[in-house]
Design a protein around this ligand. Structure first.
Ligand SMILES: *Cc1c(COP(=O)(O)O)cnc(C)c1O
Length: 431
């Protein structure tokens, strides 16, 4: 913060398509999708129009005991496109909250459904997980720099090693490892399932960990194990949902239906804060009872089911259909891989990890030993600062440069992003 105060502030006044425009009129490619939320570009006429139209009806009315047409329609639309079996929707307004809701639902579900089974309120998660910044979400997260100082506030959880293949904690190589990292997870599930309410995971890609992808078949194995040991699978699709991985949801790649699923970031195309937690009929029924049984889910927010958010989320899905966003994305995903590939030859690029339209480029001090730069070298930050002078906004995670452009980014714009990234890494000359 102290250093940021001394920097020249960059104040974004407007946007258009893939570009952000500052108060001086300077244009920047939005290489982060405004922190992973924007999908169809800025000032999209369909999204702009949906918001304006809803504003002529009502901006907000409570969802506590009442309902509204956009929230009802959106619930139906989401159930239609979500992994089969997810048929119930709970609204909130940001990703962290959608995760908190999934955790609380899991705990309350087990209490009400299986009181005889004893307390089942512990969660299992992967190391390096990120599920948001509120206290429950931080409890199931494990990014040392973000989370360690809040330890005294957190509830205790069980952790397992993630499939970080570039720095395999078991010193094995995929695929000859046969995903040996899943074995300790099975051990935990086997010995502790009686107390475990759920296993929370970012499917396919641990994004905020620095873009750590899971090998094919991994999520499916986790689903099988959770089913076998009666532990709810909670998929946090806040980052991966809405086309980011090349399919509408990451779970689709593995044909997996989680028991609970959180979505937010791309839900409104990056326009409004809105989130949902989806679940199955089986879990929903665990919350039914007579008035004086008080089995209802005790959770609600002032802006739950906000009509402006829901109407722009409906417009977002409409644009997916109208512009064939997903089918047009597949060739751009391949081009991104092709254009990033030569960067692997650069002396300080250790690993390039891509899943759909999200990519991480890990900078290393020593390519051979994979020795990382110390965080104090500010390797990622230095590259991002240079990129900014060349008209590209990036937000690195430590030594990992993150590319997360809007899905609507054109091929020419995508090439420009990769070119600026390459020149910026060269110019930064970190050593
Ligand atoms: C961003 C993110 C969150 C938190 O969402 P917010 O809207 O920032 O609270 C949760 N989980 C994942 C995987 C995320 O990437």
């Amino acid at each position: 913060m102290q250093e940021w105060e001394q920097e020249e502030p960059l104040i974004i006044e407007r946007g258009k398509g893939s570009y952000l425009i500052d108060t001086e009129g300077k244009k920047y490619l939005d290489g982060t999708s405004s922190i992973w939320v924007n999908l169809h570009g800025h000032r999209h006429p369909v999204l702009d129009g949906a918001l304006k139209k809803q504003l002529d009806k009502i901006a907000h009315s409570t969802f506590l005991g009442l309902s509204n047409p956009p929230a009802i329609e959106l619930a139906y639309e989401l159930i239609r496109i979500a992994p089969k079996g997810l048929s119930r929707i709970f609204y909130s307004d940001n990703g962290s909250t959608a995760v908190e809701i999934a955790l609380k639902m899991a705990v309350q579900y087990w209490r009400q459904r299986r009181p005889e089974a004893g307390p089942k309120h512990t969660f299992l998660h992967l190391k390096l997980a990120y599920h948001g910044d509120t206290i429950g979400a931080v409890s199931v997260g494990n990014i040392e720099l973000f989370h360690s100082r809040f330890k005294p506030l957190l509830f205790s959880t069980l952790e397992a090693e993630p499939p970080y293949c570039y720095r395999c904690p078991f010193h094995l190589t995929y695929p000859t490892c046969r995903m040996a990292c899943v074995d300790p997870i099975e051990q935990i599930l086997k010995s502790r399932h009686r107390e475990l309410a759920g296993f929370i995971i970012e499917p396919l890609m641990q994004a905020a960990a620095g873009m750590i992808p899971q090998p094919a078949g991994y999520l499916q194995r986790i689903r099988e194990l959770c089913t076998k040991y009666e532990v709810l699978l909670i998929a946090d699709e806040v980052a991966t949902g809405f086309g980011r991985t090349g399919r509408m949801f990451a779970c689709e790649h593995e044909g997996v239906t989680p028991d609970l699923m959180a979505m937010s970031k791309g839900l409104t195309g990056g326009y409004m804060p809105l989130a949902v937690t989806l679940t199955t009929d089986e879990i929903y029924r665990g919350f039914l009872g007579t008035y004086d049984e008080f089995k209802t889910f005790f959770h609600g927010h002032s802006f739950t089911g906000n009509p402006l958010g829901c109407s722009v989320a409906l417009a977002n899905l409409q644009v997916f259909r109208r512009e064939k966003t997903l089918s047009r994305l597949s060739s751009k995903i391949k081009l991104l891989a092709k254009w990033l590939n030569p960067l692997a030859e650069m002396p300080n690029v250790g690993d390039i990890r891509q899943c759909g339209f999200m990519a991480g480029i890990e900078l290393v001090k020593d390519k051979r030993t994979k020795e990382p730069y110390p965080l104090s070298a500010k390797a990622g930050h230095r590259v991002a600062s240079i990129a900014r002078t060349k008209g590209l906004i990036l937000r690195p995670i430590g030594n990992v440069l993150v590319l997360m452009p809007p899905l609507s980014t054109s091929k020419a714009e995508l090439l420009k992003i990769v070119e600026i990234l390459k020149v910026s890494i060269e110019t930064a000359a970190i050593n």
